[in-house]
Design a protein around this ligand. Structure first.
Ligand SMILES: [Zn+2]
Ligand SMILES: [Zn+2]
Length: 168
């Protein structure tokens, strides 16, 4: 995702627009489709400030039922580019470029990764998989969940439950 900055880098306070369409992109954990990446570059004198947003569709995998599902994403991003070679660790959040173009691919990739939900769930009411038989409880009801538990262990079972809906 290279942007030609030959003109803007010489022109303080100038603004340049950019736009990319990416049919498919993977961050390693999530695959994205039909990405629309657009925004502007501002030359503020010392740096080129790139702002923009990523619109598109993410193919997540549900952490409960393990089924893939699609979700719309809208992710804003911002990055500062400076011409030259990295000078010191103090400017670790600075992106560097040489020549007449900047590459925002890494910025886009990092922004996508940062916005990825820690726990992806296809929908709030997803019932997940049966821990006993492994059936997807959104699709079918198994008999495992109706099994009676020995009352002696029922109390213990309740204590061990990670998410007790009666507790807030
Ligand atoms: Zn699910
Ligand atoms: Zn089951």
């Amino acid at each position: 995702m290279n942007i030609d900055v030959f003109r803007i880098k010489k022109d303080v306070s100038a603004v340049q627009m950019y736009h990319f369409s990416v049919s498919s992109l993977s961050t390693g954990t999530v695959t994205y489709a039909d990405l629309d990446i657009s925004g502007k570059i501002l030359n503020d004198g010392a740096i080129l400030e790139v702002t923009g947003q990523i619109l598109g569709e993410a193919r997540f995998v549900c952490g409960r039922c393990l089924e893939p599902y699609l979700a719309k994403v809208e992710i804003p991003f911002q990055a500062n580019f400076k011409e030259g070679l990295p000078e010191s660790d103090q400017e670790a959040d600075m992106s560097w470029f040489q020549g007449d173009s900047i590459d925002i691919a890494e910025t886009v990739r990092e922004s996508l990764i940062l916005a990825e939900p820690f726990k992806q769930v296809c929908r709030q009411e997803c019932r997940g998989l049966c821990p006993i038989c492994g059936k997807n409880l959104n699709m079918e009801i198994c008999t495992c969940t109706t099994e009676t538990i020995n009352p002696k262990f029922a109390v213990l079972q309740k204590l061990l439950e990670p998410k007790n809906p009666t507790q807030s």
